[in-house]
Design a protein around this ligand. Sequence first.
Ligand code: ADP
Ligand code: ASP
Ligand code: MG
Length: 602
Amino acid sequence: MPLIVQKFGGTSVADSEKILAAARKAIRTQRENNQVVMVVSAMGQNTDVLVDLAHQVNRRPPAREMDMLLSTGEQVSVALMAMAIDALGYKAMSLTGGQMGIITDATHTKARIRSIATQRLRKLLDDGYIVIAAGFQGIDEYHDITTLGRGGSDTTAVALAAVLKADQCEIYTDVDGVYTTDPRLLPEARRVQRISYDEMLELASLGSGVMHNRSIEFAKKYAVPIHVRSSLSDITGTMILAEPESAERAVCGAAMSASEARITVVGVPDVPGMSLEIFSRLADCRITVDMIVQNVGEKGKSDISFTVPGSELEAALQAVQEAAAVVGASEVTHDDQVAKVSVVGLGMAHQTGVANQMFSALGAEGINIQMITTSEIKISALVDRDSALPALRAVHQVYQLEQEPAERPADQPPAQPPATRATHNNNGPDLGSLVERLQGIDMEELLISDVTLDQSQALVTIVGIPNQPGVAAKVFQSIADAGIFVDMIVQGHKGYLGRISLSFTVPADQLPLALEVTQQLANHFNCHAVTHRPHVAKLSVSGIGLRSHTGVAIRMFRALADAQINMDMISTSEVRVNVVVDGPHGQQGLRQLQTALADVLH
Ligand code: ADP
Ligand code: ASP
Ligand code: MG
């Protein structure tokens, strides 16, 4: 019999009527000859209320006690849901994370799932019960209650769908699907019919709160088809699958994270191992770092800037101050009034002139870009917090995200039957064996699929370009007009004399042309210098959830530092970490990384 996991978020179980409505949906699904597991979040804003209460009695509540407290929210709703189903005349049983056998590590408030026992769940399902699983929680090896991080019920749902080999995982929420950006921020946002795992993973970790990013790691790893849909209607929502909505579009969605903070470590000696010193301390605190930019500084020193979630600023600053003292940096500065605006799309990996459109749109609005980083499938710009919404709007508009992709005529009904696991995986891996194989390791353990070396690129840096709106747009417009494909871009936070440096990689055979264009730009903007490296080596590690596994980048940095290899550029994304090093170090760097990551390379 098919098995369907249905997850109901907080707003979808906010009061007794909504609980009864959700109960009816599950019953209907069971009556249609399916086994049903419901995953339920805490009612309404209950988790927020509990967090607030905790802070009223303790400014820094102990993480273990926080989990004890927050897990009660879900316990209330699962019990009520089971009662509702019972009242409607059907069999249901509620289970906490511990009762279901969801075993996690002991990282309270950010625990990762290690394993899930399925025996009891299967027995209940076979006996005709609708199983009501408490979202967001598990237990560690001491039976202490843990939680998976805010929004973690999505992860519970997809993880259960994975281990139970469910045919589909339905996420019922207060929007009727995944939109090109948060429809509450931009009413012109468009609901997409389908989005790929990689794109959703990036969007989720860049601020699209509709799905918990770690749930998408599970979905991708175990090929779980997800259907995001409204709890208020029956209309088809958005499928999250391996394939993107459009093969041609460069950008599929935009996201904004309004509560970012920038940290800059000023005057770091430009020798191998310095980034490692800084970022390993942050990784030890499980702080996710994004937008890493190293600026060439004065007298052989460099400035290292990066962003962290605003909520982690205090802890991050403490860790960074310690590192700064060890490496002999001159100071640590920060800014908590910044926001990150990003665009994501699988298509951008193969198209020229994608980034400059974003920069032009921001320039036209007079919005200054404080930092830029890119990876194969995303571009992020750091802007002043007050400019965040206009920036998101401008970017959404420039890529015409409100319009349907050309390949799918607007009049063609999008209501294809949602993919099930069977249809979705016709050509995919053998799921049974995949799940079995992965059950031998921690479920949320890191999976690295590839370590690669690309020696085809050159690096260009414009030093001392003015820090004002429209500059990046002009630079990358000129580069795109010359037909040059730009791969990685980083623009640092303002450094020496309030100016910035802008680095990018181009195919080595296009270097002469790129230098010609760049030199003209440098003259135009009265820059200090244009520097270049004719051959750089780009070392890349690909996998799933590489940013949430804060340790991956650290292992890479350590492996390179041990071999005394200096890193010129770093870019991170959920599916890839890239490091650019000097060309002659490429092969040695590759070997170092292969050895350092051998245990997680699958
Ligand atoms: P739930 O409580 O059901 O888990 P969430 O609040 O976590 O619901 O997620 C749904 C919300 O996500 C929506 O109300 C919407 O404001 C927000 N959101 C952010 N980005 C997107 C997006 N790209 N598409 C749809 N919704 C989004
Ligand atoms: N109740 C938890 C939260 O609000 C988990 C969830 O809803 O997904 O974060
Ligand atoms: Mg949610």
